[in-house]
Design a protein around this ligand. Sequence first.
Ligand code: HAM
Length: 416
Amino acid sequence: MHPILPDRTFAWQALEDTLRSLLQHSGYAEIRLAFLEHTELFKRSIGEVTDIVEKEMYTFKTASGTSLTLRPEGTAGCVRAAIDQGLLYNQQQRLWYLGPMFRHEKPQAGRYRQFYQVGVEAFGFPGVDIELEHLLLVSRLWSRLGLENIRLEINTLGSAEERAAYRQVLVDYLRQHESELDEDSRRRLDSNPMRILDSKNPAMQELLAQAPKLMDHLGGESAGRFERLLQLLQEMEIPCSVNPRLVRGLDYYCHTVYEWVTDDLGAQSAVCAGGRFDGLIEQLGGRPNSATGFAIGIDRLMLLLEKQQRLAPRPLPDVYMVLLGERAEAAGFALAERLRDQLPGLNLVVNCGGGSMKSQIKRADKSGAALAVLLGGDEVESGEVSIKYLREEGKQIKIAQAELPGLLRDRLDTKT
Ligand code: HAM
């Protein structure tokens, strides 16, 4: 678990602002979720035989013996909150959340134990139009961020009944080839055979490519719904490839599942993943209702922005105010307050901690400010300020304090 340091938080905030604005402008409202939930919630929703529940949860017992878990993802907690708070009765909900998630995974580039997700969940939309809306939203995000080289892989898992029937067909096939399975897959044969399809083991690729496909075992309704979604995506010019082996690592999905993947991040290729999870609300004690959503890994998105040189630059101060001597202190802060009142867009740093002219100018330079505004005893006396240009040619000048807002306003106007 690593802190996000001040030289990076600017870019994080810029990304979060973009996400917020995009979601709010599409009718999504933020929900702030609990970080801790009863362990049982994740076991029931994500599934007992998944990597997350088997190996990755931070679980502990409270003094009274209750087992709690730091949230490894947001969907389960979001559904719980929506049921508990009565958000699902006869209404549609478009929700989003943003925050840290916790998984005890082996850390590596792009995979962390505390990582950030922005998640979107929509309740009460049975048709594939909501899947289309979500995919368009994510696609718009990529283009707004200037990102390239992210592709959409999509699949359908069918209904719970179709999946159960297919599961048996798959197990029969894999049993015939049990000797070719690796240890992990053999273990999963009884508990979670669909996840075997997801295996990255090169030795098993041929076997898995030949495996029966769920797509061929879908009923007409499920197949039609998937066809419709693919057709809509084509009409909206969202390229995608159908990956019949995409099953996802969480058990709550049905019908549509998808991942947005990139080759620019090494092994951790998924930057966004989601799908439909209609059964989960009922499973967690609510009235049956439809549900669809996705989550974007913000840490990975930041790595990708950096790789593709699209990180938002750090905003630098417009002005660093140098204060020389005791009299300049109160006068300088008063001037700074007036400037902040008059120019809300101004990025202004006032020197604190005293220092000689030389050392304050050094700090001004290090801050990245464009101008140093100097105020000493003489300037206080005469109602003036000196201006030193730190990044451009230009002699130091002295102007009346009253002229300073006008000069700065002109500079701010040309900046924007
Ligand atoms: P997930 O596939 O487990 O799905 O995670 C979604 C995204 O979170 C991944 O594609 C990845 O970008 C990021 N992520 C996951 N684990 C890590 C990690 N250890 N370090 C860095 N980034 C990570 C879910 O969590 C579902 N709740 C998504 C969803 C929402 N489905 C429906 N609604």
